[in-house]
Write a protein that binds this ligand. Structure first.
Ligand SMILES: [Zn+2]
Length: 164
């Protein structure tokens, strides 16, 4: 811009008064940068009393914790290896279920000599075994076995004498 002598004198005066460059520019109707540039070219002296900015400097807050992601995602723990499936007890015994039924140990575990006419003489276990014994439960009337063993013994033969 073209500075008029009046503007230069005004600039020099206002500069000497210590006005801010922005204020000087406003008074002269020019930009602040024009004031600064002209003052520099005029070799205007440093301000006698540098204007201290009244307001506090704008604090530049470092965005630290606030801007960070709330929490780093926790690393996923590796899944524990699944335990190998163990055959259930039911599966293990299913094959021998029928045999186990027939050889189910009796609470009485009567030896042969203790058998009587009213005791089930269903053999349980191997006769050569020390664990061999007889059922010993109360036998059905007219039958050598208890009801449970009778159902096994006579499963294939319908006793005609049942009614008798
Ligand atoms: Zn029995």
């Amino acid at each position: 811009m073209d500075w008029t002598p009046e503007q230069i004198s005004e600039l020099t005066r206002l500069w000497g008064e210590g006005l801010t460059t922005a204020e000087i520019g406003k008074r002269l109707g020019i930009s602040k940068n024009a004031v600064v540039g002209k003052a520099h070219r005029l070799h205007l002296p440093a301000r006698p009393s540098p204007i201290k900015r009244t307001g506090p400097r704008p604090q530049i807050f470092r965005q630290t914790a606030a801007s960070r992601p709330s929490q780093p995602s926790a690393p996923r723990l590796p899944q524990a290896p699944r335990e190998p499936r163990v055959a259930t007890a039911a599966q293990q015994t299913s094959a021998a279920a029928l045999k186990a039924l027939a050889n189910q140990p009796s609470a009485k575990r009567l030896p042969m000599m203790a058998l009587s006419a009213s005791t089930c003489r269903w053999p349980i276990g191997d006769p050569g075994d020390a664990d061999f014994h007889f059922c010993g439960e109360r036998s059905l009337e007219g039958k050598p076995y208890c009801s449970a063993h009778a159902s096994i013994a006579y499963v294939k033969m319908k006793p005609k004498t049942e009614a008798a």
